[in-house]
Design a protein around this ligand. Structure first.
Ligand code: ADP
Ligand code: ZN
Length: 743
């Protein structure tokens, strides 16, 4: 008997070992083994067990496994199969995927959480209450209100000392005990249990469709590959998707199965967690980037033991060791944060679908603005779809005004409509959010007079400005032109490389409304003085009437007193040099429009733009997703972009400019030659271009874009060419299949 072992050395291969007689009975795949490697002992996971080594190795030379470190496998056969599929698909070394799938903390010794002191309130008798000082009574009341808490954070929150807490304990008003502190969704506090809400018709239909998918077809064996059980839950903001998830999960728990809920990291707020914890209590495990090693260790083991059956977390939660998985929910499935930008460059939504098919679990993709990849899968009949068009709770959808800035006085930031609307809010004591859709990381060139951005004629995508040689380059086809001095569309000499900053907006606003208090939130303001949360809570408390900010404020905000949202330059994201620019713009505007007016106050949204007739803008203003998707898919098909192809970015970097430019050109030519020779693969190859961030941390960065009908064809080309011409040590090469970042 031999075993293939993945050793954590970023070597893109497995190693064969002989299994000694004594270990034969106990050996299983997914276990952590100790094996001799060179002159030392190494650790690795058993990946495959075979009677004979599959490679042409000399069996007599095989070394033997030294020991099984932990008999309980860290990876179930299903998870191991998943990991191997991802490694093959993304062209990433298997160990890198294993590492991504298993938190490092889990393998650390001594990561078990230490005991800490927890304060819980006792029910105090009238005598005890009478004996308290005024200050103690205040403390006691607050501890009761909070449901207790860990000693140190509780003292900080109530601005008191451990000594005062002990004084309360000696009065038998509270109890202080040492407990193993595990990351629990509510930080040790009790959550009010919540009961399922009666569903409206649309919700009930969606739930029924999910339950049907989750039901195994007769004759299904748990290990067989299943046809897709994926459903898109297409519901407007506030249509009650979360309530549907909760009830679908409850149904799975009843059947003894578990569930994973993925949310974008930014949306993993205490409110989100509370909604799950209040329905499922202790059965919920929360994974979070802020967990300590100990907390991560505990949560992971709670999941593996089956104590926690519902896992809530960001993209890496897709690998949670939930046994007997019934359901995976990917909330806001269109969010770019589901794509990992480092090795392994997987997309958590796609991994969820794959895991569902391997384990026979239903997969729910929830969004108000689905990604076009998902939408296309619905249209092709691969996924089913449930639609929710109405708000479930209070509040109606806001009124949206589109304002054409070309008809406004030149170079004014605010349209008359918006100024009037702000004035009205100030008079009524309501609040306004102004949202600056910044051109972001890209540096495209726009005309301040007509608002147009200079685009590549063959790809219809914004050119990227390259300062080094003062020219404009297309990051998809590699075409370029010198930077013009005047706008090719209107002739004005008002070309600019930068979008307007939030500081300038804030200053101008202060001049227009000297009586208003204004808060600003962007990367600068948050890193410098107050934190993100400080600014938001000040705004929530009504310390300011207007909040100005970038993308940061577009997400997950729910202010009851905000009745006006202004989007200042809605179309600037339309001009990012990225084929998803329209999609992102659509999502951004819908998201903003969906946020306003959640409470009883009716909401209003003013969208300012230079191209009000752009389909992404008009459709978003009307909330007409189907229309937008139809139009956008046509464009994508014509230009051979995803979802009609797979697009990969080959990223090359070196500290020597000459080295990276020469090799990038050479590789681009090799890919082209490969495409010529293997025409059936249908590979489309760009020229090599410097990346937007041409030089970062002393590294020069270049890229090549590859497109083909199948991702496999791209990986095959990549492997062939790298094997034929291995890069020199000083050159780093990586491939990003289904890239989301074209920079
Ligand atoms: P989504 O996740 O689609 O944005 P939510 O699940 O957050 O929507 O629901 C929006 C609001 O509607 C929440 O306050 C929720 O409690 C409420 N809600 C959801 N379903 C119902 C229902 N069936 N009846 C009453 N209120 C509901
Ligand atoms: Zn081009």
């Amino acid at each position: 008997m031999t075993v293939k072992v993945a050793i954590d050395l970023a070597l893109d291969r497995l190693f064969d070992y002989e299994v000694p007689e004594a270990l034969k009975e106990k050996l299983a795949i997914g276990q952590l083994l100790s094996v001799p490697f060179g002159h030392r002992e190494a650790r690795g996971f058993s990946v495959e067990i075979a009677a004979e080594p599959t490679d042409t190795v000399d069996r007599s030379k095989l070394k033997a496994v030294t020991a099984i470190v932990d008999e309980t496998p860290f990876f179930s056969p299903a998870l191991l199969a998943l990991v191997r599929r991802i490694a093959a698909y993304t062209a990433a070394p298997l160990e890198s995927v294993l590492r991504a799938a298993l938190p490092a903390a889990v393998l650390k010794k001594n990561a078990r959480a230490k005991e800490q002191l927890f304060v819980s309130p006792l029910s105090a008798t009238p005598e005890i209450l009478d004996a308290m000082t005024k200050r103690q009574r205040w403390l006691y009341d607050n501890i009761v209100r909070l449901g207790g808490g860990w000693l140190a954070p509780l003292c900080a929150e109530l601005k008191t000392t451990p000594a005062s807490m002990r004084a309360l304990a000696s009065r038998k008003a509270v109890d202080i005990v040492a407990r193993a502190r595990r990351r629990d969704p509510m930080g040790g506090r009790r959550v009010m249990p919540s009961r399922p809400l009666p569903l409206n018709e649309e919700q009930a239909a969606a739930l029924a469709a999910i339950k049907e998918l989750a039901e195994p077809a007769p004759g299904d064996s748990p290990s067989a590959a299943h046809p897709s059980r994926t459903i898109l839950l297409h519901g407007v903001t506030g249509s009650g998707k979360t309530e549907v998830y909760l009830q679908a999960i409850a149904a799975e728990l009843e059947k003894g199965r578990g569930a994973i809920v993925m949310v974008p990291e930014i949306a993993l707020t205490p409110q989100t967690v509370r909604r799950f914890a209040s329905r499922f209590g202790d059965k919920v495990a929360v994974l979070h980037s802020g967990l300590s090693d100990g907390e991560r260790y505990d949560e992971w083991h709670r999941i593996r033991r089956g104590d926690a059956r519902v896992v809530v977390g960001p993209r890496s939660a897709v690998f949670a060791p939930v046994a007997n998985l019934g359901l995976v929910v990917v909330d806001e499935e269109h969010e770019p944060s589901y794509k990992q930008e480092d090795n392994p460059r997987y997309h958590a939504r796609d991994v969820a679908v794959l895991r569902g098919s391997i384990e026979g679990a239903a997969v729910v993709l929830g969004s108000a603005t689905p990604s076009l990849e998902t939408w296309m899968n619905v249209r092709r009949g691969k996924y089913s779809c449930a639609t929710m068009t109405r708000r479930a709770g209070l509040g109606s959808l806001p009124i949206v005004h589109l304002v054409n800035m070309q008809e406004e006085p030149r170079r004014s930031f605010f349209s008359g409509v918006l100024l009037d609307a702000i004035r009205l809010r100030l008079e009524r004591g309501e609040q306004t959010i102004l949202f600056l859709n910044r051109r972001g990381w890209s540096r495209s060139v726009a005309c301040e007079a007509c608002g147009r951005v200079i685009t590549c004629p063959s790809c219809d995508l914004a050119y990227t400005y390259h300062r080094v040689d003062d020219c404009l380059r297309c990051h998809v086809c590699g075409g370029w032109r010198p930077t013009p001095r005047t706008c090719p569309a209107c002739g004005a000499s008002a070309l600019t490389y930068r979008g307007t900053g939030t500081q300038r907006i804030e200053a101008t606003l202060a001049k227009c409304f000297p009586q208003a208090a204004i808060l600003r939130m962007d990367a600068d303001s948050t890193s410098r003085s107050r934190s993100h949360d400080d600014i938001l809570s000040a705004f929530r408390r009504g310390e300011a009437q207007i909040l100005v900010g970038t993308q940061m404020i577009a997400k997950g905000l729910d202010f009851p007193n905000v009745t006006l949202v202004g989007v200042l330059n809605a179309d600037s994201s339309l001009n990012m040099p990225d084929f998803r620019a329209s999609e992102r713009t659509y999502q951004l505007i819908s998201q903003v429009a969906g946020r306003a007016g959640r409470a009883e106050l009716p909401g209003e949204v003013v969208v300012q733009c230079f191209e009000p007739s752009a389909p992404a803008i008009t459709a978003a203003a009307r909330g007409d997703y189907a229309k937008f998707a139809e139009r956008e898919l046509k464009d994508r098909e014509e230009n051979f972009f995803p979802p009609f192809c797979h697009l990969a970015v080959v990223a090359l970097k070196a500290q020597d400019f000459k080295l990276v430019s020469t090799w990038s050109d050479m590789y681009a030519k090799s890919f082209s030659a490969f495409a010529e020779k293997n025409r059936s693969a249908g590979l489309v190859v760009s020229e090599a271009v410097p990346s937007v961030l041409e030089k970062a941390d002393g590294w020069y960065r270049w890229q090549i874009v590859l497109r083909a009908k199948s991702a496999k064809a791209i990986v095959a080309a990549w492997r062939t060419i790298l094997a034929h011409r291995p890069p020199p040590k000083a050159l780093r090469c990586a491939i990003d299949i289904d890239a989301h970042n074209l920079a």
